[in-house]
Design a binder for this molecule. Structure first.
Ligand code: HEM
Length: 140
């Protein structure tokens, strides 16, 4: 990666590292046309609350700290998320991790993001949240 080419890439080790990728990721999300609309215009997210919450979420996922015990999925149900938004979300997430970190924890973060995204997407689909036009029609 160009940005950190002078440094050997290290793995995610602690809260400081988690903060680095969480802040950088949501910076990209906020600037993305689609995702920025959902976060800033629709949900009017309070970033001062959301960012520490997401640091807790990832510290729990990666280091089992028990610091997040919220209801992640439930909060997505009312949002105007479309199926294609998950690809954008995951693309930015993986790009951010790869920009800063390398190693088993970095891989685990990307894998968990993919798993949670797939789970959210199928549960939103079952709840009838996606427009027909953006729903895959593999059986037709
Ligand atoms: C299209 C993809 C996604 C969109 C547009 C989206 C959007 C949002 C928004 C707008 C919030 C509410 C923030 C607030 O009001 O404070 C939120 C919360 C959250 N999101 Fe997502 N999200 C997406 C995917 C994901 C994925 C894949 C994960 C996990 C890997 C995730 C984890 C969370 C968590 C943990 C919260 C906090 C819920 C709580 O309040 O406890 N999101 N998301």
């Amino acid at each position: 990666m160009q940005k950190n080419a002078r440094y050997a890439m290290e793995d995610i080790k602690n809260d400081e590292d988690i903060k680095v990728f969480v802040h950088s990721f949501y910076d990209k999300v906020g600037k993305d046309k689609r995702l920025g609309y959902v976060f800033n215009d629709y949900a009017d997210v309070n970033w001062n609350e959301h960012l520490p919450k997401m640091v807790d979420f990832w510290s729990n996922v990666l280091f089992r700290t028990g610091r997040y015990n919220g209801h992640a999925f439930r909060n997505h149900l009312p949002l105007p998320i479309q199926l294609g938004d998950f690809d954008r979300w995951l693309g930015l997430f993986e790009k951010t991790i790869d920009e800063y970190f390398e190693g088993p924890k970095a891989e685990q973060a990307k894998e968990m993001a993919n798993r949670v995204a797939a789970s959210f997407a199928s549960r939103l689909q079952m709840a009838g949240k996606f427009d027909k036009a953006t729903t895959p029609s593999s059986r037709e």
